[in-house]
Design a protein around this ligand. Structure first.
Ligand code: KE4
Length: 451
């Protein structure tokens, strides 16, 4: 689907490439070459480098509704939505208007503003387990701060996380699958000193027995179990029946805290988050993405007695220059106002379900077995002959075939996440035409990769 050529993209496409090679997307290729001179890997977040799917990254010039437009003037139906924030559609007029209005009054005060309590009030009203909120600027900050608070509140150090779950680039959570019986973490990034992750224990997602074994041995030293209630960083993995309930009761039994990392699922799969669906109450919830509507806004929240252990009331320090930023608050408030409309999530789910079902049948028609799933406005696709239940399954997915599918869909005007370890996201602006385009492109793409 090639959209209208913008004047700028005409200009870019006329640029001569330094190495004179002709690229399908000359503007992106030229900009990527330039970016690589001053940005590490040409990007500010690794997944954008397209290394998992091959080829150079595509540079986006603008986005509107369910579409994004690259610098060469091509148009794509977007199933990434900036990794979740664009839930109401890109450049929604109500959101843009509120951001513009806030910006005209100053970008940042470094002081209190009314919008902070207003957005916090919406979150407290929506997230059952939240009485108090602290805003931060990224999901990483939210999980990092929640862990610090949990350690302070319990006077314990150990943390349990699950392989394949991603909670941002927090040192303590950049842990590979641990080796040895106790499954102590080993760093899965350079620069993370082994002592930092020695207190991070790791288990397989959905393996409640493994967590029971760890808690039997270490329970009285475990500050918290941190979990994505739906895992969206190893594809799309639903919690097994009883898994989250089991974590809750293990935490209650051993005096540990349960942290739901709902940075991705918060206000994405339901108003408030997955905890409002599964009816399990975590002690702390991390939020991000949707609550900022595309601006750098994240948060962690929980019961008053726990949250008030944070500075300035309590001994656990946490701070941030741009936390509660008026522009971010305006974007978040405008976004959640739209999400709160009657039927918003039912409509999102209907789209996500329809796309997931259509992907499965189109793949089957091409003789390819895939797994798909959907919850609210989130969906997943895995080239595997069995449901993905944990990271080992996610690693067994045919990521090469996913890469071929990604490129085939990209060439047919559909923007998928550039990694088989990611989830996909629909938005309120995905209308019948956009969904039909995804379905048609998928049918052609599955046929092309099958051959
Ligand atoms: P940020 O620090 O990137 O704002 O949030 C970290 C984070 C925390 N928790 C969960 C469940 C998350 O999914 C994330 C970040 N998600 C990835 C996409 N899977 C962000 C994309 C990127 O890293 O560029």
């Amino acid at each position: 689907m090639t959209g209208m050529k913008t004047e700028r993209s005409e200009r870019i496409s006329n640029l001569k490439m330094r190495d004179k090679s002709v690229s399908r997307r000359p503007g992106s290729a030229m900009l990527f070459q330039r970016a690589c001179e001053v940005l590490v890997g040409g990007v500010n977040s690794p997944v954008r480098a397209f290394r998992a799917v091959g080829g150079d990254p595509v540079f986006i010039e603008r986005a509107e509704g369910p579409y994004i437009f690259d610098v060469d003037g091509s148009k794509y139906v977007d199933l990434v939505g900036s990794w979740g924030p664009a839930i109401v559609g890109h450049a929604h007029p109500d959101v843009v208007r509120e951001v513009q209005r806030a910006a005209e009054m100053g970008l940042s005060f470094g002081a209190c503003c009314s919008a902070e309590a207003e957005l916090a009030g919406v979150i407290v009203g929506a997230v059952k387990s939240a009485e108090m909120v602290r805003f931060v600027n990224s999901g990483t900050e939210a999980t990092m701060s929640a862990i610090r608070l949990a350690r302070a509140a319990t006077d314990r150090v150990k943390i349990i996380k699950f392989s394949g779950c991603y909670h941002g680039h927090v040192d303590a959570l950049l842990v590979a699958a641990g080796s040895g019986a106790a499954t102590f973490g080993e760093p899965d990034s350079a620069g993370v000193p082994p002592p930092v992750v020695e207190t991070t224990l790791q288990a397989a997602y959905n393996d409640l027995e493994a967590v029971e074994r760890i808690m039997t041995e270490h329970g009285d030293g475990v500050a918290a179990i941190v979990v994505e209630p739906i895992a969206g960083n190893m594809g799309f993995v639903l919690p097994a029946e009883g898994f989250l309930e089991g974590l809750r009761s293990l935490c209650d039994r051993h005096g540990s805290l349960l942290i739901f990392d709902e940075v991705m699922t918060g206000f994405r799969v339901a108003w408030g988050g997955y905890q409002n669906i599964c009816q399990i109450t975590p002690d702390l919830t991390c939020l991000g993405k949707v609550i900022g509507g595309g601006m750098p806004v994240a948060a962690f929240c929980g019961a008053k007695a726990l949250m008030e252990q944070l500075s300035p009331l309590g001994p656990t320090y946490q701070a941030g220059t741009l936390s509660g930023n008026p522009i971010g608050m305006a974007a978040g408030l405008a976004t959640l106002r739209i999400c709160q409309q009657e039927g918003f999530y039912d409509s999102l789910y209907a789209k996500a379900f329809r796309i997931a079902e259509s992907l499965a049948s189109a793949a089957a028609d091409a003789g390819i077995t895939i797994q798909t799933g959907a919850m609210g406005g989130m969906l997943g696709l895995a080239f595997l002959d069995r449901p993905v239940r944990n990271f080992a399954d996610a690693q067994a997915v045919d990521h090469e075939l996913f890469a071929k599918f990604f490129r085939a869909m990209l060439d047919r005007g559909v923007w998928l996440p550039p990694s088989g370890y990611e989830a996909m996201f629909v938005c309120a602006a995905h209308d019948d035409e956009a969904v039909a385009h995804i379905i048609d492109a998928a049918a052609e793409s599955f046929r092309s990769i099958a051959s």
